[in-house]
Design a protein around this ligand. Structure first.
Ligand SMILES: *Cc1c(COP(=O)(O)O)cnc(C)c1O
Length: 223
């Protein structure tokens, strides 16, 4: 039995409880955020059925992609992306970049993709509680920037939005930040937005309640 099996089952049960109450037709995708663990831990999670993993540093992603090459894993990039790392990220063929945080970054990524004749699935990160320390576009500008990326960045396949819940002990504030993100996501559904990536180990049940269909969970599994 895998070391992670109990935790995994518990998290799935928690998600399922909310999901069935909110929308039983909603499929929820779990990204296991493996930034704090090594390839062995990832392989153990793979053994109990997890396929999608998330990293927040390009260098760590590269090490793990190479160490686990033989497994059919799906890699997500969720961290801040420096422009001198964009080419490295593209070369690792991530399945989804969650953290495109402004129009300039989208244009830069698009330029590099064009040179390499590649495409990339991308989410637009929204700073839904307007927090100084967080990356992402403001809720006010999100729709317009999303549409601008759609119309100008032909090598980016924009697939939805990502957000980190408000940094607060007040559940009301966290809920409000999720609702803000979900509203934007809804307004973009007719533009092919498929993923609303929000919810981490401390707030994933609330995120599901607010409409998240992609969760990024690290410590809930690996701590
Ligand atoms: C680390 C990280 C997560 C996972 O955080 P946990 O609280 O460990 O679940 C999710 N999203 C981003 C962007 C992260 O950096």
């Amino acid at each position: 039995m895998s070391f992670y099996e109990d935790k995994f089952d518990q998290v799935l049960a928690n998600i399922e409880k909310v999901r069935l109450r909110v929308n039983q037709h909603q499929i929820i995708k779990i990204i296991a955020v493996s930034k704090s663990v090594d390839a062995h831990a990832i392989s153990s999670m793979y053994d109990i059925g997890q396929r999608a993993f998330g990293e927040n540093k390009v260098q760590d992603l590269k090490i793990k992609v190479e160490a686990l090459e033989e497994l059919p894993l799906e890699w997500h990039f969720i961290g801040r992306l420096q422009s001198n790392k964009i080419n490295h990220l593209i070369d690792l063929n991530p399945s989804l970049l969650h953290s495109c945080s402004c129009l300039e970054m989208a244009k830069e990524i698009d330029k590099r993709l064009e040179v390499k004749n590649k495409k990339m699935n991308v989410l637009l990160q929204i700073n839904s509680a307007n927090e100084q320390e967080k990356a992402g576009v403001t809720p006010e500008n999100a729709q317009q920037i999303y549409e601008e990326i759609l119309s100008t960045c032909k090598h980016i396949k924009l697939k939805g939005v990502m957000s980190i819940g408000a940094h607060s002990d007040d559940e009301k504030l966290i809920r409000k930040s999720f609702e803000t993100t979900y509203k934007i996501f809804e307004s973009l559904k007719n533009k092919d937005a498929k993923y609303c990536s929000m919810g981490m180990s401390n707030d994933y049940e609330l995120a599901v309640e607010c409409g998240a269909n992609m969760l990024r969970l690290g410590s809930a599994f690996f701590k």
